[in-house]
Design a protein around this ligand. Structure first.
Ligand code: PFF
Length: 544
């Protein structure tokens, strides 16, 4: 049992609102999988795998999946359901407080509201690019000219004009960036769905969007796998070699052995980072979603199913489409690039070469848009839950308040678009670094504060399968050690903290963006302080 606080004599207990709950088991699995499946699966994963050893990347990737991804996922599902179904707490600060009984954990939990909220501010901008491209494919307004030697350059210019990459502000060459309009549309869609709530909004949408996404991705995949050798003059550029380019373990230039990548710590760091980002582990999201379960709803099989669904989308769909397709049409030199380069510069050129390319281009970007929207919805709900349970305000008010805050954030990200400076800074400090911190806190809370053995028993209440016997050992010792080693190695890598700290000393957008993140954090800590007054009066006894 969690610690039980007695109420001060004379204070009447505050009634706990009857919670929203998921309507169906498949609904919650699809919602969690919907949060996990996103741009990370289709754009980030292929780039990471291809740059870090190809097939060899999959070894540290699956090790991180088994030792970090799945165990932490189970821990999140368990503490979320426990705090939500038994004690009526749904936001990370509330959940952490209910599990530990300590105020300090509520303050630490505010990171679980900060992360999704800040990520939302820039993720929504990328989401709007996907919608913009989908619409542009439908209306035939992506014009890369007729000269193949200029396709790549024109594609890059098209992207730069749409996003404002070359200059800050909303206007370029006398026109508003098209993504500004579409970002407004995307905002409205997100907030309308959130307003409808857990079952009518998020669950209903994910039930339709997830299968639709799978269908769109499968259609594009079949197209790519049946391309054969589109240019007979270049027989090496065929489907098999495209798959080989992505998946054959690659040595380095100086050391050709296949396992060379495994000897490089960077491969292990990249694999662990990808697992976190992709599974939405360490974001404060799974604890929020699982807090709307009932007491005896299964968490073990559901957690595993949601994670496996994410892996299917990532490895079997994301991993077989982008890079092989780029290789087939553009060769080895054209099939490399970071997340955005690959997704928004290279792929439009690939679709131009591909027979029927405009329809596949539309399906692809529409699918990315759906993937992004099911993820961005999950970023809003933790803050909504925090506002509602911390301050007892209505859904309408909490949605309005969150709308104002996140709009201000997104406007900031869109305005400082030159070299995507604001987006990149927020992604580094929050989307990459903070998630290590929150994941570590969650592991400590589950395995050490609640207790790994107790956690296992709670997880198995109502579960449809048992946890592996080794789970308590893994979550108590292996996951935190692995996590800390990866985090330490990540921090000291010259491209990470050292480079970023240096860029902060130069001032400008990076420094200002970090200031904004800190301001949001301070505001959330202050709000947690106020919320704690209510929560202490209400106590942590079993309420439901
Ligand atoms: N897991 C999502 C992806 O792979 O794109 C990204 C994501 C979802 C990040 C939810 C953060 C989040 F809160």
């Amino acid at each position: 049992m969690s610690p039980t606080k007695s109420r001060e004599p004379g204070k009447s207990p505050e009634p706990v609102k009857s919670p929203e709950q998921w309507a169906t088991k498949i609904g919650v699995i699809l919602a969690v999988a919907g949060s996990a499946v996103g741009l990370g699966n289709f754009l980030r994963f292929p780039g990471q795998a291809a740059q870090n050893g190809g097939g060899a990347f999959m070894i540290p990737y699956f090790i991180a999946f088994l030792l970090l991804g799945v165990p932490i996922c189970w821990a999140e599902w368990t503490i979320g359901r426990h705090a939500g179904a038994r004690h009526g707490y749904h936001s990370a600060p509330g959940v952490f407080y209910a599990i530990s009984g300590k105020r300090v954990w509520a303050y630490l939990g505010s990171i679980g509201v900060l992360i999704p909220l800040v990520i939302y501010m820039y993720y929504i901008v990328i989401e709007s690019w996907c919608l913009t491209y989908a619409v542009q494919y439908l209306t035939g307004t992506i014009d890369l000219g007729t000269d193949p030697s200029h396709y790549a350059e024109r594609s890059a210019t098209h992207f730069a004009n749409m996003t404002g990459l070359s200059q800050n502000g909303f206007v370029y060459a006398g026109n508003l960036h098209p993504s500004v309009f579409w970002c407004t549309v995307v905002f409205i869609v997100n907030f309308t769905l959130i307003y409808f709530g857990i079952t009518k909004g998020i669950e209903s949408f994910c039930k339709v969007a997830m299968p639709l996404m799978a269908i769109c991705a499968l259609v594009v995949l079949i197209r790519v796998l049946t391309l054969g050798t589109p240019n007979p003059e270049l027989p090496d550029r065929n489907v098999i070699n495209g798959l080989g380019f992505m998946w054959n373990p690659k040595g380095t230039a100086t050391d050709g052995v296949w396992y060379a990548a495994l000897l490089n710590p960077q491969t292990w760091i990249a694999a662990a980072g990808q697992i976190f980002f992709s599974l939405s582990v360490g974001f404060g999201i799974i604890i929020n979603y699982s807090s709307y379960l009932r007491r005896r709803d299964d968490v073990v099989l559901s957690g595993l199913t949601a994670s496996s669904t994410n892996q299917f989308f990532e490895v079997c769909l994301g991993g077989l489409i982008t890079i092989p397709a780029a290789f087939i049409f553009l060769g080895a030199a054209g099939a490399v690039g970071g997340t955005f380069g690959l997704g928004f510069n290279t792929l439009p050129v690939v679709f131009l070469y591909m027979p029927g390319g405009w329809i596949f281009g539309f399906l692809w970007f529409f699918m990315l848009f759906l993937a992004a929207i099911t993820s961005s919805l999950s970023m809003l709900q933790p803050a909504i839950a925090f506002l509602e349970e911390g301050f007892n305000i209505s859904r309408k008010k909490s949605v309005t308040l969150l709308g104002l805050i996140s709009t201000a954030g997104a406007i900031y990200v869109m305005y400082f678009s030159k070299d995507l400076a604001a987006l990149d800074t927020m992604d580094f400090w929050v989307g990459t670094m903070m998630i290590y911190v929150l994941a570590t806190l969650q592991v400590i809370l589950f395995a050490w504060v609640l207790g790994a053995e107790k956690g296992r028993q709670l997880a198995e209440e109502g579960a449809e399968m048992k946890l592996p016997r080794i789970f308590p050992f893994i979550i108590k010792y292996v996951s935190p050690t692995y996590l800390l080693i990866m985090f330490g190695a990540w921090c000291v890598h010259p491209d990470n903290l050292p480079a970023r700290i240096k860029s902060l000393s130069e001032g400008g957008v990076p420094l200002f963006s970090v200031g904004i993140i800190l301001a949001v954090l301070v505001a959330l800590l202050g709000m947690t302080h106020l919320a704690l007054k209510r929560w202490e009066a209400r106590g942590i006894q079993e309420v439901l």
